[in-house]
Ligand binder design. Sequence first.
Ligand code: FE
Length: 232
Amino acid sequence: MKHLITAGFLVCLTVAFISGGVLAQAGEPIQADNNATYELPPLPFPLEALEPIISDDTLSFHYGKHHRGYVDNLNKLVAGTELAGLPLEEIIIQTAGKPDKAAIFNNAAQAWNHTFYWQCLTPGGSVIPAALEAKIQESFGSVEACKKELSAAAVSQFGSGWAWLVLDEGKLKVIKTANADTPLTKGMKPLLTIDVWEHAYYLDYQNRRQEHVNYIIDKLLNWEFAAANLEK
Ligand code: FE
């Protein structure tokens, strides 16, 4: 059995998958299958679509090597275990904080985080839908204050990690996570993220993380995706 890794928030796969020659419908429970393999989902845009902010070269490595590497590693690590065939979100929840499962957690979470991240970007960016804008104003005071907090989190994350806009107990918050860690393990609903691992920007910006982050916030964020996540 093969299925695509999706990054919807704590939902089962949103795509149909093939099981024993039968086309299962999206949202149906997934049976564990020790031969299951996860697949790298397609990028939601062409490799050159985010230029000049993110180059074709960066995206080729980031998606084609790094993201693919996490998916390939995950397949090797879960093959023949009780985790094979579970939805990716379930693997993340089950392995979080367990030292003997750290490699599986790291690769599963990085696979999920990257699939989510690509959907947070869109060529030219997007306007902020009204319902999300109202929620941002309620939580941060203004859209500018929210963007400033997101930028500060992304820039101040020491070493590798992620900056996130999340819904936590009814309120929007900005948080940062280290390495592969994800809000999914903290009971928070992720709305948007920015990857601040050096592989995300070093070819284009070298050490200028701040510049990269600000361009992403100003020019590439997909607020419609964030609004859709808020509604889930
Ligand atoms: Fe990355």
